[in-house]
Design a protein. Structure first.
Lengths: 340, 340
DNA sequence: CTGAAAGCGCTTACAG
DNA sequence: CTGAAAGCGCTTACAG
């Protein structure tokens, strides 16, 4: 059926032969890397189609010294949060003609993760949150390999560009809303995982809102949420059990807000009548929750897109803004006490 | 600092030179492809570490004729559903030492998608649902390139292995539960997208349950859900508006069940008192919904894992079971009327 | 157990 | 506008 044997794909030389030109010329038409005589061009294109020729990525990479691939290192493929991020990354990478190679560290730093992905198989790396430790980042950086951090700031001694969202402002705004609009005074904060950049920033926003509105910071109102449904639920149960009074809950992410709601509900506490409940992220579903969850919208897909664009600029040797902060948006729904 | 110049990575020849051996020997220790004298081994390993040597993937691929990469073709990165699938695929691929390259067709068949990923950059392909059309599948298959289909059956003339879940049985069971345990008689079915394998199978299960329990199939009770929140909500509103009576809703997926719930709620219909509501998938959140959603658990992560394992067997030239059907599990919660 | 050498399929100066 | 040829960094018979 086809002009080539079943067990061997057409190579650039097969195309060259069929079109009666050199492989250099074929290469030029494929890559549009030089002007080619229109008639030659046509002959080559016909041969490519006839032979179903697809260039070997490996050979292109080896000879061309570029991989046409962007690497993404993530600690793990967590639930909902991951989807818009990946979508943003995938679309931007595809648009720019890059493949996407994903590596998951599974939360283990074996000083190996950065070897799976590197300049031997990618042209640049997107590093999500805590997937790489200081040493690994250092190694990557000193060799001048293009990297962009997502959802984390670079260590002081490693000047890497990073894309973050404005956690602090977002948190401050939503807490301020609870205070100013709904007259809440005893606002629980359900922390994210220890040492997470996002969680720390959100806590700072929380404290800032209290301070700027003349409310005391009460350590009793701070509890673990860990971005997890069950952990948050337990914390709320525990607060209630200890008899600590509160009229609002700010969860460091939506998932833990849902957990807080479950605990509140089972204790007979009404949201938002008795307690205002707000989260962070605006994940799929926050708007569909009952009651619809007031939260801070994180532009996660935009972060992914911008991360890719920034990385590509770096790959092209351009200067980029060091730390980009994307604005968040307050999504007022019903769980805070606003009417829908 | 390092023994090699800033702008050039160590190659196998640098390692060979430092260890005073040939590159063939270095290759052998890297790939454990032949027994090497223990002392030689040690010298080589030391050189590898000293030079931070990482083999070039491109060169390995080109010379070794394998890419150590599995490709995944998906139509798009949809919401929640995608996460456990990807997690299963990623973990199984990593375990087997394969990289994962993702390509999204963005629902466009330009007869190009199968070229982005192919034997020029992967060793095998995972093809999700409708991401490739018949012609594309045919092209892939005739060249004998290892492929495994996920969530779709192969066309009759293309004998490709596929991994599916037992949609029909799962649907039949949950509808039967509504009929037998909750005495429901007028059960709405909210279809998935047209021509989707999953949706068709689930509808068959629905019909089978009706039939086996002596209930008539009433076309008025069938409406669009499209696996989408809003579409499902609109359908329910429409049914109510038309005055069509029903005492249960079986949504073809959880997302549309949530939409159905919203429409029911706004009309003052109580779930599960007035209407039993059930879904399919058991996505993140179904258990945390109010009321907790009764649904069919799809072993999505297991599908991803098994797909990779099957693909790897094919890549190794082994025979594999042609069509694998993974069992689903009925998750009885509160939205059907069962007490929690 | 080890090395010399060919070859994988491209790209890219260089020369014309 | 086009071609001959070197080279990218590996792997793998082949020979010893």
């Amino acid at each position: 059926m086809s002009q080539i044997s079943k067990n061997r794909n057409a190579t650039i030389n097969d195309v060259a032969r069929m079109a009666s030109v050199s492989s250099a010329t074929v290469s030029r038409v494929i890559n549009r890397t030089a002007v080619v005589n229109p008639q030659t061009l046509e002959k080559v294109q016909k041969a490519i189609v006839a032979l179903h020729y697809v260039p070997s990525s490996a050979a292109q990479s080896l000879a061309g010294k570029k991989n046409n691939t962007i690497g993404l290192i993530v600690p793990g493929i967590s639930e909902v949060f991951f989807v818009p991020l990946l979508r943003g990354i995938e679309m931007a990478a595809a648009l720019a003609g890059y493949n996407l190679l994903i590596h998951t560290t599974h939360f283990q730093h074996q000083n190996q993760g950065y070897k799976t992905l590197g300049d031997h198989n990618t042209d640049g790396l997107l590093v999500f949150s805590d997937s790489l430790n200081h040493e690994e980042l250092h190694y990557l950086t000193q060799s001048n390999f293009p990297c962009v951090l997502i959802y984390q700031n670079p260590p002081d001694d490693i000047p890497l560009p990073s894309i973050n969202i404005d956690n602090k402002n977002g948190a401050r705004q939503i807490v301020e809303h609870l205070i100013q609009v709904h007259q809440r005074r005893n606002i629980v904060f359900l922390r994210g995982p220890q040492n997470t950049h996002d969680s720390i920033q959100r806590e700072q926003g929380y404290r800032q809102a209290l301070q700027q509105n003349g409310l005391p910071y009460d350590e009793q109102l701070i509890a673990r949420g860990d971005f997890l449904f069950e952990v948050a639920a337990d914390s709320i149960r525990n607060l209630i059990h200890k008899g600590i009074e509160f009229d609002a809950v700010f969860s460091a992410d939506d998932g833990s807000a849902f957990g807080a709601f479950a605990a509140l509900k089972e204790t007979g506490v009404c949201v938002p009548e008795d307690v205002s409940l707000v989260g962070f992220d605006d994940v799929y579903f926050a708007a569909h929750f009952s009651p619809p969850l007031t939260t801070v919208q994180a532009p996660t897909e935009a972060v992914g897109k911008l991360a890719v664009e920034t990385l590509i600029q770096r790959m092209n040797g351009k200067e980029v803004q060091q730390n980009i902060l994307l604005p968040t948006r307050l999504m007022l729904r019903h769980s805070c006490g606003c009417k829908q």
